[in-house]
Design a protein around this ligand. Structure first.
Ligand SMILES: N[C@@H](CCC(=O)N[C@@H](CS)C(=O)NCC(=O)O)C(=O)O
Length: 219
C-alpha cells in the first residue's frame, strides 16, 4: 500500500474527484486510487470509513485525512510540492486562488444542469442563468490567459492548481459544447489535450455504472 491514498468516485460522474487526482498525476506523485461508485444504495456505507462528509474526493496520508477538492490540492501543494503548484508571483497567486475559489463555490446552475458525464455529447439551448455562468467562465479563462498566460498554455502559463479546479469544467464543456470565445476555446483545448485528463475521460467512458434516468444525458 502506498503512503498516499485518494478516494474518488466514478470517473464518468465525479467532477470534484478529478481535481486532486490531476494534481497528483501532473506532479508524478505516487498514490493508490480507491474508487467508490456514487449514488448507489451502499455508497454512504462504503464512504463512511473514509469520508467525514460522505463525499469524494478524500486524501488519506498516514494518519491525516483531508477532504474537499480544494483543501486536498492545498495539502498536496504544501506537503509534497513546496508551494510550487500555485504561481510564484504574489499577484498571480492571488488571482489563481480567487478563480479557483470561485469555480469551487459558484456556478450553481452550471453544476446542477450539466452534470459531468464523459460519455455525453449533446448541445442544448441554455437558460439565461446558464448562459451567464458560461459567459463568466469564459471571462475568467480569457482574462487569466491574456494577463498571466505568457509562460505556457495553462491559465497562469505553467500548470497550477487553478487548472485542476477548472478541469471538470473542461470535461463538462466537452460534453455540452457551449459557444466560447477563441481564447477560452483554446484554453479548453489545452485542458482536453492534457494526457491525464484524456486518461480520466477514457477510463470514465469505460465504466459500466449508470445513474438513474433523473440524471439527464446519463447514457
Ligand atoms: N465541495 C466538495 C464537493 C464534493 C462532492 O460533491 N462530491 C460528490 C461527487 S463529485 C459526491 O461525493 N457526491 C456524493 C453524494 O452527494 O452523495 C469538493 O470540492 O470536494
Amino acid at each position: 500500500m502506498k503512503d498516499i491514498r485518494l478516494v474518488i468516485g466514478d470517473k464518468n460522474y465525479s467532477s470534484w474527484s478529478l481535481c486532486p487526482w490531476l494534481l497528483l498525476k501532473m506532479y508524478d506523485i505516487e498514490f493508490d486510487e480507491i474508487m467508490i461508485a456514487l449514488y448507489q444504495d451502499n455508497t454512504a456505507e462504503k464512504l463512511g470509513p473514509y469520508s467525514p462528509s460522505l463525499k469524494v474526493p478524500v486524501l488519506l496520508h498516514r494518519e491525516i485525512t483531508v477532504w474537499d477538492s480544494l483543501a486536498i490540492c492545498e495539502y498536496i501543494n504544501e506537503e509534497f510540492l513546496q508551494g510550487s503548484a500555485w504561481p510564484a508571483s504574489p499577484r498571480r497567486r492571488a488571482s489563481a486562488r480567487s478563480v479557483s475559489a470561485e469555480v469551487h463555490s459558484e456556478f450553481a446552475t452550471l453544476k446542477e444542469t450539466w452534470r459531468m458525464n464523459c460519455k455525453a455529447s449533446i448541445k442544448l439551448s441554455l437558460s439565461e442563468q446558464l448562459y451567464n455562468e458560461v459567459a463568466r467562465v469564459d471571462a475568467i479563462w480569457s482574462c487569466c490567459r491574456h494577463k498571466h498566460g505568457e509562460n505556457g498554455n495553462y491559465l497562469f502559463g505553467r500548470f497550477s492548481i487553478a487548472d485542476c479546479m477548472f478541469a471538470p469544467t473542461a470535461v463538462i464543456f466537452n460534453s455540452y459544447q457551449p459557444e466560447l470565445s477563441q481564447t477560452a476555446r483554446s484554453y479548453l483545448n489545452t485542458l482536453l489535450d492534457n494526457p491525464f485528463i484524456q486518461k480520466w475521460m477514457v477510463e470514465g467512458r469505460g465504466e459500466v455504472e449508470r445513474l438513474p434516468a433523473a440524471w439527464a444525458h446519463a447514457s
